[in-house]
Design a protein around this ligand. Structure first.
Ligand SMILES: Nc1ncnc2c1ncn2[C@@H]1O[C@H](COP(=O)(O)OP(=O)(O)OP(=O)(O)O)[C@@H](O)[C@H]1O
Ligand SMILES: [Mg+2]
Length: 273
C-alpha cells in the first residue's frame, strides 16, 4: 500500500504517521485511524482532509477556536455525521466506521460523552449504569433484566472509579452537576469502551469538580484511548500529553503540549497572548 499523503505536512511536526493502517513496529498500536476526512455543510468545509491517528491508551487533547471542527470530528467518528469522503478505522480493523450505524460503532467500543449530561434523572446512580449496560447489549426494552456477576462487578468497579459508590442508591436527578457528568462517564465505562470521546467535560464545573475530572480522565488513559475537547487551557495543561490543534477544519499543529504552547501559528489563531 502506498504511503498516505499528510495534509499540511509541514504543520504536523511530530510524530510521523505510520505508512499504512496496519503498520506497527516501534510505535504503539493504534486505537483509531482517521484518514482524509472531509465534511461540508452547505458548501462550508467543517473538516477539510483531516488525517489523524490515536494510539492505544493515550490521552489526547483536541483544541482549537470555535467552529474549528472539533465536535464535527467526534460526530464523524461516532456515526452521527456522515463525512463526504475519508475513512475512520478502529484498532487497525478493515471496517470503515463511517459506513456503520451509531449503535454499531458504540458496540465496537467507541463511547461518546456529550457536553450536557444525559443521565436518567428519575433512576438511581446504580440503575443508570445498569441501563447503560442493557443498552449496549441491545436489551433496552427489558429494563433491569438480570445482570451477570461479571456485569455487577463491572458496575461496582465503575462506581468506585467515578467516586459515586456511596451515591449508588441516590436518584441521579439529585446529583450535583459534576457528579452527573461523572455518572455519564461511568455509564460509558460500564460498556467497556476502548475509545472515549469527551467534549468539553468541565463546562459549568466548580474548581474541585474540575480537579477530580482531571484525575478521572488521566486515570482512564492507559486502559482507554481518551480524546478530550476542551477550551479551558489551564485544564488542558493539567491533563495534556499530546495535543492536536484544529483550525478551519484542518490540523494546524500536533505535538507535546509544551511545543504547542510555543507554536506561533497556534498562538496567533487560538492561544493569543
Ligand atoms: N449540522 C450542521 N449543519 C451545519 N453546519 C454545521 C453543523 N455542524 C457543524 N456545523 C458548522 O461546522 C463548523 C464546525 O463546527 P464544530 O461544531 O465542529 O466546531 P467546534 O470546533 O466543535 O467549535 P466549538 O469550540 O465552538 O464547539 C462550524 O462552522 C459549524 O457552524
Ligand atoms: Mg464543539
Amino acid at each position: 500500500m502506498s504511503a498516505i499523503s499528510i495534509p499540511m505536512a509541514d504543520a504536523v511536526r511530530t510524530p510521523a504517521l505510520p505508512d499504512a493502517p496496519r503498520a506497527e513496529g516501534a510505535r504503539p498500536p493504534l486505537a483509531l485511524w482517521i484518514e482524509s476526512l472531509s465534511v461540508s455543510f452547505d458548501g462550508f468545509k467543517a473538516l477539510d482532509d483531516v488525517t489523524l491517528t490515536f494510539e492505544k491508551g493515550e490521552l489526547r487533547c483536541l483544541i482549537g477556536p470555535n467552529g474549528a471542527g472539533k465536535t464535527t470530528l467526534m460526530d464523524c467518528i461516532t456515526g452521527k455525521t456522515r463525512p463526504d469522503s475519508g475513512a475512520v478505522y478502529l484498532e487497525n480493523r478493515d471496517t470503515d466506521l463511517t459506513r456503520l450505524s451509531e449503535v454499531r460503532i458504540a458496540q465496537l467500543g467507541i463511547g461518546r460523552k456529550f457536553q450536557r449530561p444525559t443521565v436518567f434523572e428519575g433512576h438511581t446512580v446504580y440503575e443508570n449504569c445498569e441501563l447503560a449496560l442493557a443498552g449496549k447489549k441491545g436489551v433496552f426494552r427489558t429494563l433491569f433484566a438480570r445482570l451477570t456477576a461479571a456485569e455487577r462487578a463491572r458496575i461496582d468497579e465503575v462506581l468506585e472509579l467515578i467516586g459515586l459508590r456511596d451515591a449508588a442508591k441516590r436518584q441521579a436527578g439529585l446529583l450535583a452537576h459534576g457528579q452527573k457528568q461523572w455518572l455519564e462517564i461511568g455509564m460509558l465505562l460500564a460498556q467497556s469502551p476502548t475509545v472515549l470521546l469527551v467534549d468539553e467535560p468541565i463546562a459549568g464545573m466548580t474548581h474541585a469538580e474540575t480537579e477530580r475530572t482531571a484525575e478521572l480522565l488521566t486515570g482512564l488513559a492507559g486502559t482507554h484511548t481518551v480524546v478530550v475537547v476542551e477550551h479551558d487551557m489551564e485544564f488542558v495543561r493539567s491533563i495534556a500529553r499530546r495535543v492536536t490543534v484544529l483550525h478551519q477544519g484542518k490540523v494546524l499543529a500536533d505535538g507535546p503540549m509544551a511545543q504547542i504552547q510555543k507554536d506561533p501559528r497556534v498562538i496567533e489563531v487560538y492561544l493569543g497572548d
